[in-house]
Design a protein around this ligand. Sequence first.
Ligand code: 5GP
Length: 128
Amino acid sequence: MPIDATKPYDDSNIFAKILRGEIPSTRVYDDEWAHAFEDINPQAEIHTLVIPKGHYVSWDDFSAHASAEEIAGFVRAVGEVARRKGLVEPGYRLMANIGGHGHQEVPHLHVHIFGGEPLGPMICKHWK
Ligand code: 5GP
C-alpha cells in the first residue's frame, strides 16, 4: 500500500529499523550522511537502495527541510554507490517514489539505484 507522504516521520518504519541495525540487510555503503543496502525484492540485476541518515519521509520532506550539508552528503553518497557498483559505464537509473501516485511504500526517503542490465523505457505505460 502506498503511504501518505504528508504525514510526520514515524521511526517505526522498516528502513529506520535497518538504520538502527534492528533488522538485517545487505549493507553496500555507509557514511555520515547515508546508508545503502540491497533491495530485498530486486527489480533489476542490480537494485540498491540509498537512504539518508536523517529522518525524512520522502524526497519532498528532504528537499524542503534537510540542511545543505545533508543534501550534499546524500547526493554524493548516491553517486558514490553507483560508481562503486561499476554502473557509470554502461549506465544506470535512479528513482525516488513519493506518496500515493508515486507508489511509495516505505516512509523513509530512499533512492533506488537500478542497473546491471538494459532497463528499457523510463516508465511502463501498461502497468494497470
Ligand atoms: P518504494 O515503493 O517505497 O519506493 O520501495 C520500497 C522498496 O523497499 C521496495 O523495492 C522493497 O522491495 C524494499 N523493501 C521493503 N522492505 C524491505 C526490507 O525489509 N529490506 C530491504 N532490503 N528492502 C525492503
